[in-house]
Design a protein. Sequence first.
Length: 335
Amino acid sequence: MSALLQSKRHALIRACALAIMTVVPALAGLSHAQSWPTARPITLVVGFPAGGSADMIARTIAEPLGKRLGTPVVIENVSGAGGTIAGQKVVNAAPDGYTLFMASGSEVSIARLFNPAVKYNGETDFTHIGLVGDVPMVLVASPKAGLKTAPEALLKAQREPGSLSYASSGVGTVLHVAGELLNQKAGTKITHVPYRGAAQMAIDVTGGNIELAFFMTPTALPHIEAGKMVPLGVTTLSRSRAAPQIPSLSETPALKGYDISLWNGLFGPAKMPPAITARLNKELNEVLREPAVWQKLQKAGVETQGGTPQALTQRIRDEVKRVQSIAPAAMKASS
């Protein structure tokens, strides 16, 4: 056999081997995706304790999603570090479709801009499945603080620097960003006090241990309706459909144009099979259209969205760009 023929033969063998190496794993992944899910439960990780808005949204979605998939979707609350402990847990999980993450911009986009201990990148280390919805936040005051409106609170903060503090669910969360954005626009120095979650925040606000707090609307509304918190304003440009009686903070002259909200989305570990991602996206969008789900989320102040994985990816990129301009000042204020 000539050297030329032998060289061509070896090249053909290498090409066939490469094709086999490429096709076999792909077929295995396709087979796995087609058999997914089995009777094994799916774990939906939430980065905050039970009782908060993230937990409420996850539990509203979990049961109907499980019914559509034919297997239970079980909530696992992994709280701490502004939801990033849960985020790392999901990043480290097998990308087999059995570990999912109900997360927000706090855990996915914002946290790593504030905390160098957060090693994952929300753009690349998760599989983006779909956007669930947007949730306005609301600034509330303790009834014991004697503040009834946002202008009153800002006036006190300006006249008595350091006299007021606000609670958030942790450094680098969107609640923290909302507070520092308010400080920047109003020229105030309201002190940030980070908490591990909404439950302890609510106890301290209603008990008068802290004057102000930013909450997600679904978490705050029951306390507001019970007279245990005083609403000062929602954080979006327009009023919330769930609570139109609460003014927007942007209606306060010193906060004109103030606008920030939290989005929630469904994620998995990076490199999930595309077929599983597509199935989850399809079923999530169907769940969000179910009347009972839609009504419950709307009542709680969640503006449901849905959409493609690509739209969720773009949302993350846009948020990172915006918060990068706020993070340095916010970190300095919190140090």
